[in-house]
Design a protein around this ligand. Structure first.
Ligand code: NAD
Length: 260
């Protein structure tokens, strides 16, 4: 086991599956004590059991990140199980697509509630703890939809763009407390959910749109989360890093440059 995060205490939200599970595994493999937080208690427990079986340290926490008292309890549980918090990965989030004219207000509210309010609450509770203990690192989760106007994503884009703006302000306000704040904007990632939802034409469209021609693996996002939380990123602050195989960098793409 590498020891980049030896003696560090990390919370990963949405750790029950997908990118969050991969991130929790990687932190544990690099020596961190990890609180695997998820609204799905059984999934959080399963990842912790897996980490423990591999010789790592992990504790499950059932939390709804939209609820302030539950978020405070998550930070308190972290302190009592492992000690002062060093990093939080605000990975829990949710997406939805509907044409703008058909997007109900409830969908917009749900997207803002989980992605913006949930991230805000977790970051604020974690930052209070970190500021009192000399510093730390926060990694939020945006999306390519925070940068680009893909179809049917008015509600999701509002939330994920909000996270980019919020990340910048958190970074500015928390710098004096030695707390760094950055975000990750994943492209299409091969998680159990996208494997089910992205089929047929939708999957083909993604593969054509990504210059690297493939979905990313959860571990490829986890690696960037670990970098941003590590001392290697000690002067990186307020940034949103795309992890998307070049998707947001690409404009018009043709096979033959002579047609341009
Ligand atoms: N997978 C992708 O292609 C992709 C692309 C762009 C952005 N993202 C973002 O990356 C992050 C992780 O994506 P993923 O695909 O691994 O997600 P996922 O949907 O596979 O898993 C999300 C996890 O969060 C948990 N969760 C949901 N609501 C919660 C709540 N209220 N409180 C606590 N936990 C809750 C779920 O139980 C689940 O375990 C999300 O913020 C997502 O928006 C993912």
């Amino acid at each position: 086991m590498a020891d980049r995060f030896k003696d560090k205490v990390v919370v990963v939200t949405g750790a029950g599956t997908g990118i969050g599970a991969a991130t929790a595994r990687r932190f544990a493999a690099e020596g961190a004590a990890v609180v695997c937080a998820d609204i799905n208690e059984a999934a959080a427990q399963a990842i912790c059991a897996e980490i423990s079986a591999a010789g790592g340290r992990a504790a499950p926490c059932c939390v709804d990140i939209r609820t302030p008292a539950e978020v405070d309890a998550m930070i308190a549980l972290t302190r009592s199980r492992f000690g002062p918090l060093n990093a939080i990965i605000n990975n829990a989030g949710m997406g939805a697509q509907k044409d703008f004219l058909d997007t109900p207000l409830d969908m917009l509210r749900a997207m803002l509630e989980i992605n913006v309010i949930g991230t805000f609450l977790c970051a604020q509770a974690a930052a209070r703890e970190m500021a009192a203990n000399g510093g730390g690192a926060i990694v939020n989760f945006s999306s390519h939809s925070g940068f680009l106007g893909s179809s049917g994503r008015a509600a999701y884009a509002a939330a994920k763009s909000g996270i980019i703006g919020m990340t910048r302000v958190m970074a500015v306000d928390l710098a004096k407390h030695n707390v760094r704040v950055n975000a990750i904007a994943p492209g299409p990632i091969d998680v159990p959910r996208s494997r089910k939802q992205h089929v047929g034409e939708r999957r083909e469209a993604w593969q054509l749109a990504v210059p690297m021609g493939r979905y990313g693996q959860p571990d490829e996002v986890a690696g960037v989360a670990l970098f941003l939380a590590s001392d290697d990123a000690s002067y990186v602050n307020g940034q949103t890093i795309s992890v998307d195989g070049g998707f947001t960098a690409a404009g018009l793409r043709v096979k033959d440059l002579r047609v341009l």
